[in-house]
Design a protein around this ligand. Sequence first.
Ligand code: AMP
Length: 283
Amino acid sequence: MKTIHEPHLMQREADDLRVAGKRIVLVPTMGALHGGHTALIREARTLGDVVVVTLFVNPAQFGEGEDYGRYPRDIERDALLASGAGGDLLFAPETTAMYPPGYQTFVNVERLSLRLEGAARPGHFRGVATVVAKLFNIARPHSAVFGQKDAQQVIVLRRMVRDLDLGVEIVVVPTLREQDGLAMSSRNVYLTPAQRVEAPVLYRSLRKAEDLIRSGERSAGAVVAAMTLEITGGSSAAIDYVSVADADTLDPLVTLSPGAPVLVSLAARFGTTRLIDNIHIRL
Ligand code: AMP
């Protein structure tokens, strides 16, 4: 698989592909690829002619004391997995190539970035929006594929694409899960064996929320309370947040109403490992 490290070389390659009439599909990742990422790459394969997979652990989206330094990195393994899933080109820039000395331009999707993950991780979506805008300018994709696993990321990026007229189609792939329901994540490798046994409680709490809502519960508070009980009763996890929100605006809901798309989401810590998960429900 051809690997490109320099942004200007990737840009030149993308320009040549566009001149040749090729449809470019981008799959941005931070590497440490797993089944969720390969599902994105397989979906990308169906959407265009050239699938560009990016590997970049973006320092701008990590906060103080987060896992930037210890985030798993293995470019050889990632290249094999990416090409096996149908990737054509790997773009793996150095940090200094993306953020050279003097760098000072950031993209901020103002209100949506303050909710949920943004409230728990100040500056996170400023980092995400900035790097994705840069990747769009570097790889010039027609479409870009993201996972429902990071539901708020998709909502923020769709807003950015509309607001800045970026003209990139955003495609979303459902969350890939382990057999016991745990959402696949590069961070699952941090879990101790005991935490790994407990972690599926997060998905069970989401399923519980869905069952309650489908059987007529309309109080968001009651749903949050039931999920909280499920998680704290069944594990040692510390909850960061459990949220029932409008899936378009991310405004917290008090009462669920028919027709409104609902995002039920959560973040919880098993020791120092922070996991997120969500489900999308339309009443
Ligand atoms: P990351 O490498 O964690 O930044 O993720 C790169 C892309 O893969 C993002 O669009 C994620 O939403 C997506 N992704 C991560 N985990 C999963 C999963 N379990 N299922 C589907 N997509 C995922």
